[in-house]
Design a protein around this ligand. Sequence first.
Ligand SMILES: NC(=O)C1=CN([C@@H]2O[C@H](COP(=O)(O)OP(=O)(O)OC[C@H]3O[C@@H](n4cnc5c(N)ncnc54)[C@H](O)[C@@H]3O)[C@@H](O)[C@H]2O)C=CC1
Ligand SMILES: CC(C)CC(=O)C(=O)O
Ligand SMILES: [Mg+2]
Length: 355
Amino acid sequence: MSAFKIVILPGDGIGPEVAAAGRLALETIGDVFGHNFTFEEKLIGGIAIDTVDDPYPADTDAACLAADAVLLGAVGGPKWDLKPKRPEQGLLAVRKSMGLFANLRPMDVAPSQAFRSPLKEEIVSGADMLIVRELTGGLYFGKRTRTETTATDECLYTVAEVERVAHVAFQAARKRRNKVTSVDKANVIETSRLWRETVNKLHAAEYSDVELEHALVDSMAMHLVTRPKDFDVILTENMFGDILSDLASVLPGSIGLLGSASLGSTGKGLYEPIHGSAPDIAGKDLANPIGTLKSVSMMLRHSLNLTKEADTLDAAIEAVIKAGTLTRDLGGTTSGSQVAKAVSDQIRIQAKVEA
Ligand SMILES: NC(=O)C1=CN([C@@H]2O[C@H](COP(=O)(O)OP(=O)(O)OC[C@H]3O[C@@H](n4cnc5c(N)ncnc54)[C@H](O)[C@@H]3O)[C@@H](O)[C@H]2O)C=CC1
Ligand SMILES: CC(C)CC(=O)C(=O)O
Ligand SMILES: [Mg+2]
């Protein structure tokens, strides 16, 4: 039996709903496999602004830094839009404070589920990619200025920042289909030229066994939905990765299906679905919890070293999807909490199958 300290940051909108699904899965895994997970729920985002006037309170930071792993729901909502203190600052702050420079966003379309895509089945069926998004640099972290008539956002990247995330992408490719597509806008932007040069140098020095190609972000958006099966690992900077991963979520049929791991140089990580707080469906038990459950599976694998448990959770998720127990975004009629319960029940069944 092992003991793990998990911090949960439910946040805003559908955040608390999907975070509850993640917690239930962890509780069930703990029960079935005999692990002692202790949970601490902390404030972040809009609810933290409302409660303590700070999107990332100091005690949330301390708890995240002391945890074995952190699970995030989502932050943000119209209530806080255009206010000087924004919920999203909380999310940027936790990523920065924990040093989480690489955000891994896997996307795959199982052939049996390809019919759920709004795109043609033959285009998406079997697509399987990993987006490696730089997470603590670029436009989201640059200096901003504002007067009544002008605004600027600085986009800064250093060679060291590009190298450390490129290592993650090349190493991930070696465990997959050995191909990296690095995405930039090097025909226009200076940071992209630095990005491309740095990736090329690192490739030549350490990863010449991995196939490397470069793509410009605008045409890449088109290629992602017209020939997604050509891509394995996609390496890109912060904002491009944010946008391209939401686009990639169209392939399996819903943004609610994609999870992510935000990692740094230690084993600790922040695990978060790729979607936002979805104010349009919040509080209605309509949110698809699968992206969060996949994030929990990544947590088990990457931070807690619980491979068997992660495999069991993956099998449980797959069984629930195959049974058609789905939320409205995927054409189903099941509530989010019922999907979470179905996955929890399946964890018990799958664990017996594997034993
Ligand atoms: N990681 C985070 O906390 C993120 C927060 N945001 C914030 O979320 C708020 C809303 O942003 P949007 O652009 O609307 O993006 P969003 O991802 O929240 O929603 C986009 C669309 O996808 C749907 N959707 C999202 N997650 C879903 C789920 N699990 N199940 C079913 N449908 C789902 C929503 O209902 C909406 O129609 C904003 O305040 C934004 O800043 C946005 C992205 C990431
Ligand atoms: C700061 C966040 C709201 C950025 C985002 O959309 C994301 O990480 O997916
Ligand atoms: Mg996003």
